[in-house]
Design a protein around this ligand. Structure first.
Ligand SMILES: [Zn+2]
Length: 210
């Protein structure tokens, strides 16, 4: 494994301090059992999202979906379905915008365009990065939800088993865990999500949402 991959899988403290407004891990539940917050980025897409919803149902698990506004606008039935089945919705910009090389104004306009479709008080920046000004302005209006465990299900260098291994190695009480309901992640997700949920449940984790 490349050393850099470890930094991605569990963002180190120095990285978390770059964006102090961000929420990386939920406060521990002080002896009242253990919980994780499952999140799915980049959907909704018909190839993957309905399968994710069915899989979550099998484990009676609720999750938070950080949607790309453009995808939600194209598939309003999926947006509705995620909501109706008891999951939370978050904003992941309208165009899956990278904060680098875009003005704060353009960035915020893109987030607002997504908000008109999604109507959520949760925001997660694509590529894990936000400029200082956009960050300050957005954190006044949104809860900035980052992550404690990045499964790297998007990486075609990994297998479904590798994804499960990341979940087993790095999940802890309060972890916010990232998967992707995207076509790119589909093979790892289909091979790794059920076993990840099975393992988490076996370890006594509750699945919570924002
Ligand atoms: Zn994304």
């Amino acid at each position: 494994m490349r050393i850099f991959d470890r930094y991605i899988e569990r963002p180190p403290e120095w990285f978390r301090r770059l964006m102090p407004e961000g929420l990386y891990r939920m406060p521990q539940s002080a002896g009242n059992g253990r919980a994780v917050w499952l999140t799915f980025d980049d959907g909704p897409v018909p190839e993957v999202t309905p399968w994710v919803l069915d899989t979550l149902d099998l484990y009676d698990a609720k999750a938070t979906f950080f949607m790309v506004g453009e995808n939600a606008a194209r598939h309003p039935d999926l947006l509705e379905s995620v909501r109706r089945r008891g999951h939370s919705i978050g904003n992941h910009t309208y165009h899956h915008l990278n904060g680098r090389g875009v003005s704060a104004e353009d960035y915020i306009n893109d987030v607002e365009a997504a908000d008109s479709v999604l109507g959520s008080g949760l925001f997660r920046p694509p590529h894990g990065w936000l400029g200082r000004r956009a960050r300050r302005l957005l954190s006044e209006r949104y809860r900035l939800v980052m992550y404690d465990v990045v499964t790297r299900d998007y990486s075609n260098r990994l297998s479904g088993d590798d994804v499960v291994e990341v979940v087993r190695r790095l999940s802890r009480d309060g972890s916010i865990i990232v998967f992707h309901d995207s076509v790119r992640s589909e093979p790892r997700l289909r091979a790794g999500l059920p076993a990840s949920l099975e393992w988490l449940r076996g370890e006594g984790y509750e699945f919570k949402t924002f």
